[in-house]
Ligand binder design. Structure first.
Ligand code: PEP
Ligand code: CO
Length: 450
C-alpha cells in the first residue's frame, strides 16, 4: 500500500463531488475535522468485520437500514429513538426467523451526502447546483443555499456525533422494555393475510424476552449488549478522508467516521477516486450493485478492494429491481464464486423499485419490494449460495412514502406525511411487516452453512 494515502484519491477523477468555490474555507473545514476526535473506534470496526465474515459463511444475518438521506433537522430524540426501535424489533423478528445472530447496521450518523443524476437543477430559467445532502449544501432554491459550503461538513460531523452519542446511551442503558405489549405496535396487521402468524411471532419474542429477564433477574441486562453499528455511503471524499487515521498498535488506516462505508452505484468506477480511497482503509466495505454491473467489473473491483481476501471485508448489496434479479444476479454470483471469493450477499430491494407518479411523488410499492426479496432468496438458493442480509430505507415513524403493505397505504395517502427529501422510506408498519415476511420465508427454508 505504499502508493496509497488518505488523499491519494485526489489524483483520480472523483464523480459526484461538489465544487467548493472557496478553497480556503474548504481547507479550514478539513483541518478542523482532522483535529477532532473520531466518531467510532478501530476495535468496533474490526468486530463488525468479523461479524460480517460470519454472515458471509451463513452463520449470521445482516439487517442494514435507515434513511435515504439523514437531514440535520431530523437529528431529534424522537426520530433517532424510533429508528433504533424499528431496527431492534426487526432484528428480533429476524432472529426468530433465521435462528441466527442478526447484525444491526444503521444508515445513520453520517448518511448526509447524496449522489445526484444531474449536477444542476433549473427552475423557471434559473440554474443552480443540485441539492447534494445537508453535508454539502441546503435544499432551498437560492444561490446562497445551493452553493456548496464546506462548513456543513463540520456540522455533519457534529450531528453524527450527537446522533451516535444518543444511540450509544440508549443501547447501553436498557433502551426499551421489549416485552411490554404496547411497545410492539402490530395493530396494522389485524386484517393482514398472515395476521395470526404475526401475533405469534411477537408473542414468542415477548415470551423469550421475559423468560431471559426472569431467569437473569436483570431486565436491562438483556439489552445491555444491543449493538448497533453505523454505515453511510462513502461519497463525500473530503469528509471521509479527514476522518481517516492510523491508530496506536494497529496496522493500516481506518475511516473512523463510520463502521461500514459503502461505495454507491454511481461511484464504483475502477479507476475512480472512490475505489482508490476505499481500497486503502481497513473498514468492511459495502458495494452497491445495479443491473449495469458486469461480472468482469465486479471481479476486478474485488481484486482492487480486497486483494487479501479478508473475511467480512466485502458486502455486495444488489439493487436490481423486481423482475430483474433472475437475469442480473446469477452471472455475478457465478463469477464471484469462480474467482474463489465468498463475500456477504445482501439484497437492497428499494433502489431498483423507485417510481415517480403523475402527482410528482417518488414512491416504491410494497409488493415490488417484497417480490425482489423473494426473487433474491430464490436465486441464491438455486445457485447454492446464501443471501445473508437485507438493506432497507426506512424510518421508525409514521410517514407515508411507500405504497402498500397490510395497513393499505394508497397513492392518495402520500401527501399526508411525505417527509423524505430524497428516496421514499418504509414506515414503521411496513418495515416490521417486511421483517415478518422474511422471517416467515426463512423459517420455511433450512439454514444453509457453507
Ligand atoms: C442509496 O443507497 O441511497 C443510493 C443512492 O443507492 P445506489 O447507489 O444503489 O443508487
Ligand atoms: Co436512497
Amino acid at each position: 500500500m505504499s502508493d496509497w494515502s488518505p488523499d491519494s484519491w485526489q489524483a483520480r477523477v472523483a464523480a459526484q463531488q461538489p465544487v467548493y468555490p472557496d478553497r480556503d474555507a474548504l481547507q479550514r473545514a478539513i483541518g478542523e475535522i482532522r483535529a477532532l476526535p473520531p466518531l467510532v473506534t478501530s476495535w468496533e470496526i474490526e468486530a463488525l468485520r468479523d461479524e460480517l465474515g460470519r454472515a458471509a459463511r451463513g452463520e449470521a444475518f445482516l439487517l442494514q437500514g435507515g434513511d435515504c438521506a439523514e437531514s440535520f433537522d431530523d437529528c431529534r430524540s424522537e426520530s433517532i429513538a424510533a429508528k433504533l426501535k424499528i431496527l431492534l424489533q426487526m432484528s428480533l423478528v429476524l432472529v426468530h426467523g433465521t435462528r441466527r445472530q442478526v447484525i444491526r447496521v444503521g444508515r445513520i450518523a453520517g448518511q448526509y451526502a447524496k449522489p445526484r443524476s444531474a449536477d444542476n437543477e433549473t427552475r423557471d430559467g434559473v440554474t443552480l447546483p443540485a441539492y447534494r445532502g445537508d453535508l454539502v449544501n441546503r435544499e432551498a432554491f437560492t444561490e446562497e443555499d445551493r452553493t456548496p459550503d464546506p462548513m456543513l461538513m463540520l456540522r455533519a460531523y457534529e450531528r453524527a456525533g450527537l446522533t451516535l452519542n444518543f444511540i450509544r446511551a440508549l443501547t447501553d442503558g436498557g433502551f426499551a422494555d421489549l416485552h411490554h405489549p404496547e411497545y410492539w405496535d402490530i395493530s396494522f396487521a389485524r386484517d393482514a393475510r398472515h395476521a395470526g402468524e404475526y401475533e405469534k411471532i411477537v408473542e414468542s419474542i415477548r415470551d423469550a424476552v421475559s423468560f431471559v429477564s426472569r431467569v437473569t433477574g436483570l431486565d436491562a441486562a438483556i439489552l445491555k449488549r444491543v449493538e448497533l453499528f453505523t454505515s453511510h455511503e462513502g461519497l463525500a471524499l473530503h469528509y471521509e478522508a479527514a476522518q481517516t487515521r492510523q491508530v496506536p498498535r494497529r496496522d493500516g488506516w481506518y475511516n473512523l467516521s463510520t463502521h461500514m462505508p459503502w461505495i454507491g452505484m454511481r461511484t464504483a468506477q475502477l479507476d475512480g477516486a472512490h475505489v482508490e480511497f476505499h481500497r486503502g482503509i481497513r473498514n468492511p466495505l459495502g458495494i452497491k450493485i445495479g443491473p449495469a454491473m458486469t461480472a468482469e467489473w465486479l471481479t476486478e473491483l474485488l481484486d482492487v478492494l480486497d486483494p487479501d481476501r479478508i473475511p467480512g471485508r466485502i458486502t455486495l448489496i444488489a439493487r436490481m429491481g423486481a423482475g430483474k434479479v433472475a437475469a442480473g444476479l446469477p452471472p455475478l454470483v457465478e463469477a464471484v464464486r469462480r474467482a474463489g471469493r465468498t463475500p456477504l450477499w445482501v439484497s437492497d430491494p428499494m433502489h431498483g423499485n423507485t417510481e415517480t407518479l403523475a402527482s410528482g411523488y417518488k414512491t416504491r410499492r410494497f409488493d415490488k419490494i417484497q417480490a425482489e426479496i423473494e426473487e433474491s432468496f430464490a436465486i441464491h438458493e438455486e445457485l447454492g449460495s446464501t443471501l445473508g442480509g437485507i438493506h432497507f430505507e426506512l424510518t421508525g415513524e409514521n410517514v407515508t412514502e411507500c405504497i402498500g403493505g397490510a395497513s393499505g397505504l394508497v397513492e392518495a395517502d402520500l401527501e399526508r406525511a411525505y417527509r423524505s427529501r430524497v428516496d421514499p422510506r418504509l414506515n414503521y408498519e411496513q418495515a416490521l411487516e417486511l421483517a415478518m415476511l422474511i422471517a416467515r420465508h426463512l423459517r420455511a427454508t433450512p439454514v444453509r452453512s457453507r
